[in-house]
Design a protein around this ligand. Structure first.
Ligand code: HEC
Ligand code: HEC
Ligand code: HEC
Ligand code: HEC
Ligand code: HEC
Length: 177
C-alpha cells in the first residue's frame, strides 16, 4: 500500500518534471562554457560562495573573473578527464586574456516588479524552489514561469504559516513599489 503510494508520487513528480522541461525555454548559450553540475554538484561548492549577495541584497550576483581565478590558479588541468582537461585549458586562456566575461542573463522579472533575494534566502526558501536543481545540470535555464500568479501562490501558502507577520505578503505594494 505504502509502496503503491510512493510509486504514484514518483510517477506524478516525474510527470511534473517532464512538463516543466517541455514548458521551459532552452538555456541560452554562454560566452564561456561553465557547468553548475561540475562546480555545485561534483565539487560541492556552495551556491552563496559564488553568488555572494544572495543573503544580503536584492541581487544574488554572479562571480567576477577574479573569483574564478582565485580557485583556478590551483585547478588548471585534469589529465584523467580529457573532456574537462580541454575545457580547463581553454578556460586558462580566457583568464590569461583578462577580458571580462559577459554572462547571458537567464532569469528576470520586469522592471515594475520588486524582487529581493535576501528576504527569501533568510526566510529559508531554498534556491532550488525557484531555480530548480541547478547542481544537476550543466547549463542553467529558467524553470519557474516567474508570473505574478507563481509568486502569489507561494506567498499565500507562506502567509498561512505566519498570518500576522506576513500579512503584507500578498499586498500589491509588496511587489509593485
Ligand atoms: C572553489 C573553486 C572553484 C571556483 C571558485 C571556480 N571553479 Fe571552475 N572548477 C573547479 C573544479 C574543482 C573543477 C573541476 C576540475 C576537474 O574535475 O578536473 C572546475 C572546472 C571548471 C571548468 C571545466 C568544466 C566546466 O565547468 O565546463 C571550467 C570551464 C571552469 N571550471 C570555469 C570556472 C569559472 C568561469 C569560474 C568562475 C565563475 C570558476 N570555474 C570558479 C573549481 C572552481
Ligand atoms: C563556482 C561558482 C558558482 C557556483 C558554486 C554556483 N554558481 Fe550559479 N552561476 C555561476 C556563473 C558564472 C553563472 C553565470 C553563467 C551561467 O548562467 O551559467 C551562474 C548563473 C546562475 C543562475 C542563472 C542566473 C540568471 O542569469 O538568471 C542561477 C539561477 C544560479 N547560478 C544558481 C546557482 C545555485 C542555486 C547554485 C548552488 C546549487 C549555484 N548557482 C552555484 C557561478 C556559480
Ligand atoms: C523566491 C524565489 C527565488 C529564490 C529562493 C532564489 N531566487 Fe534567484 N532569482 C529569482 C528571481 C525572480 C530572479 C530574477 C530577479 C530580477 O529580475 O530582478 C532571480 C535571479 C537570480 C540570479 C541572476 C540575477 C542576480 O540576482 O544576480 C542569480 C545568479 C540567482 N537568482 C541565484 C540564486 C541563488 C544562488 C539562490 C539561493 C541562494 C537564489 N537565487 C534564490 C528567484 C529566486
Ligand atoms: C517558494 C515561495 C516563494 C516564491 C515563489 C516567491 N516568494 Fe517572495 N517571499 C517568500 C517568503 C517566504 C518571503 C519572506 C517572508 C518573511 O520574511 O517572513 C517572501 C518575501 C518577499 C518579499 C519581501 C516582502 C516584505 O515584507 O517586504 C518580496 C518583495 C517578495 N517576496 C517578492 C516576490 C516576487 C516578486 C516573487 C515572484 C517573482 C516571489 N516573491 C516569489 C516566498 C516566495
Ligand atoms: C508576490 C508579488 C506580487 C504581488 C503581491 C502582486 N504582483 Fe502584480 N506582478 C508580479 C509579477 C512578478 C509580475 C510580472 C509577471 C507577470 O506579468 O505575470 C506582475 C505584473 C503585474 C501587472 C502587469 C501585467 C502585465 O500584463 O504586464 C499588473 C497590472 C499587476 N501586476 C498588478 C498587481 C496588483 C493590482 C496587485 C495587487 C492586487 C499585484 N499586482 C500584486 C508580482 C506581484
Amino acid at each position: 500500500m505504502r509502496a503503491a503510494r510512493r510509486m504514484a508520487a514518483l510517477v506524478a513528480s516525474g510527470a511534473a518534471v517532464a512538463l516543466l522541461c517541455a514548458a521551459t525555454p532552452a538555456p541560452p548559450a554562454q560566452p564561456v562554457p561553465f557547468s553548475h553540475r561540475v562546480h555545485a554538484g561534483d565539487a560541492r561548492i556552495g551556491c552563496t560562495s559564488c553568488h555572494v549577495y544572495a543573503e544580503r541584497g536584492p541581487v544574488a550576483g554572479v562571480p567576477s573573473m577574479a573569483r574564478c581565478q582565485g580557485c583556478h590558479k590551483f585547478v588548471k588541468e585534469d589529465p584523467a578527464h580529457p573532456q574537462l582537461d580541454a575545457q580547463l585549458k581553454a578556460f586558462a586562456k580566457v583568464l590569461e586574456d583578462g577580458k571580462p566575461v559577459e554572462w547571458v542573463r537567464v532569469t528576470r522579472v520586469p522592471d515594475h516588479v520588486f524582487f529581493t533575494h535576501e528576504r527569501h534566502v533568510l526566510a529559508g526558501v531554498r534556491c532550488q524552489e525557484c531555480h530548480g536543481e541547478v547542481e544537476k545540470v550543466d547549463a542553467v535555464r529558467a524553470v519557474a514561469p516567474l508570473t505574478m500568479g507563481w509568486c502569489l501562490a507561494c506567498h499565500h501558502r507562506k502567509q498561512r504559516e505566519k498570518p500576522e507577520a506576513r500579512a503584507k505578503l500578498t499586498e500589491c505594494v509588496t511587489c509593485h513599489k
